[in-house]
Design a protein around this ligand. Structure first.
Ligand SMILES: Cc1cc2nc3c(=O)[nH]c(=O)nc-3n(C[C@H](O)[C@H](O)[C@H](O)COP(=O)(O)OP(=O)(O)OC[C@H]3O[C@@H](n4cnc5c(N)ncnc54)[C@H](O)[C@@H]3O)c2cc1C
Length: 393
């Protein structure tokens, strides 16, 4: 039997496993993840702000997998392509005929001193819950410390998830202030970004909407302000030192370190794949989701790594494996970009969908929820949507 091994049960890996399971192949399908659950990465920002329960963004594994999938709870440390095997941290070694690498993302600190030591990232469920807890602790401390920095939050980087986090914070802060009995007018949220431009996927009209929305909710956005260093409760730029007891790091992401540890040719742990989503020199090793880079027709840079493309890549990689095993020709991957939706808390957002159709405010936030719920629906079905609280009954 052909051994198909999938590394990582995020958007890409879980989708690949589920689609493969229904193909009735003469193959064993093994899915490995370091957690006994799948988490919805696109919903982590509200979890970090505390407006969404962690439980509502996870699907326990292997309970939510079809019976055809053999699930291994383990941490991948190295991929050995010469011997077609993968090493796990507990010493196990897994052989494969076909490999799908979908180990996802890590926080990118761009080598800024102190960033990974003193600022909190939002990249997986544990880190999102750590941000939530840290924030609550500072607000609780304020009663005894009266330290204004306990009520200051600095979001480092104006990346996509930075806005989703600040949007959710705007919803949460009034409740947090009431709960811990702190003066709401003393809460200060700032976002510090190196570039002048924000959200390049949107036009000026939508980015201006976001800027105004932040202003209206007393969030300060400082663009064109590169961070030089991060120290304990301090963010240092060329001109100034900003202090806050909550520093959140959302400047962007890179692929899993397992990619560079395994000797792949890569840039920021993303491997340039062929149009069939495999390696140039190894057609049985596929890389999908955030560990891969896919050529964008007519552009010098690859497609941005998103949940949407991760999903589509999973389906295309599986189709090519199935083609091999059934004697059919492989197909090139064609990305169908359905648009981008940015949620700003529960009641606002911006979106560019179906070409150039724009949404602002509440309709965009509804669209964001529809997309997130569709993803859970595809990964786990209606029962999961209800069970994990996505559809409150
Ligand atoms: C906070 C945040 C918000 C985002 N919001 C959006 C959004 O609104 N829309 C959008 O399209 N994109 C968004 N993105 C990007 C999107 O989430 C990613 O592009 C997408 O998650 C990539 O899917 P993936 O399956 O490649 O990786 P991931 O979702 O990161 O999944 C990787 C999986 O691999 C597992 N894993 C990792 N390392 C190991 C290891 N060594 N051993 C075993 N298992 C391992 C992890 O546990 C995880 O299950 C956001 C990203 C972040 C961080």
């Amino acid at each position: 039997m052909t051994k198909i091994l999938i590394l990582g049960a995020g958007y890409a890996g879980l989708r690949a496993a589920k689609v493969l399971a229904h193909k009735k192949l003469d193959a064993t399908i093994t899915l490995v993840d370091r957690n006994r659950y799948h988490y919805e990465t696109t919903s982590l920002a509200p979890v970090a702000a505390g407006t969404q329960r962690g439980q509502s963004v996870v699907l326990p594994l292997p309970e939510n997998l079809p019976a055809q999938i053999n699930f291994i709870n383990g941490t991948v440390t190295k991929i050995d392509r010469d011997h077609k095997q993968v090493a796990l941290a507990d010493g196990q070694s897994l052989k494969y005929d076909y490999l799908i690498v979908s180990l996802g993302l890590e926080s990118e600190d761009y080598g800024i001193p102190g960033a990974s030591k003193y600022a909190l990232p939002i990249v997986d469920l544990k880190s999102a819950l750590a941000v939530k807890k840290h924030l609550e602790n500072q607000f609780e401390n304020y009663a005894t410390s009266q330290d204004p920095d306990d009520l200051r939050i600095i979001v480092c980087g104006a990346w996509f998830s930075s806005f989703e986090f600040m949007g959710a914070l705007v919803d949460r802060l009034p409740k947090l202030a009431e709960h811990y009995n702190v003066p709401f007018d003393k809460i200060d949220v700032q976002c510090i970004e190196a570039k002048d431009m924000i959200l390049p996927m949107f036009d000026d009209d939508l980015t201006n909407y976001v800027k105004q929305w932040l202003k209206d909710h007393k969030v300060t956005l400082r663009t064109g302000t590169p961070i030089k260093e991060v120290q304990a409760n301090k963010v240092i730029t060329a001109d100034q030192t900003y202090t806050a007891n909550t520093l959140v790091w959302t400047t962007g992401v890179r692929g899993s370190h397992v990619i560079s540890d395994s000797g792949f040719e890569q840039r920021r742990n993303r491997v340039m794949v062929t149009d069939q989503l495999c390696m140039e020199d190894d057609s049985k090793v596929f890389l999908i989701g955030d560990v891969s880079a896919v050529r964008q027709p007519g552009k010098p840079y690859p497609f941005a790594a998103t949940g949407q493309i991760a999903f589509q890549m999973a389906e295309a990689a599986v189709a090519n494996i199935v083609a091999d095993l059934t004697g059919q020709p492989r197909q090139d991957f064609v990305y169908n970009d359905l648009g981008t939706v940015l949620g700003l808390g529960h009641k606002s957002g911006v979106a560019k969908i179906f070409g150039n159709h724009k949404l602002r405010g509440y309709p965009a936030s509804v669209m964001k929820r529809v997309i997130d719920d569709r993803s859970v629906l595809l990964q786990a079905g209606v029962k999961a949507l209800v069970k994990y609280g996505r559809i409150p009954l």
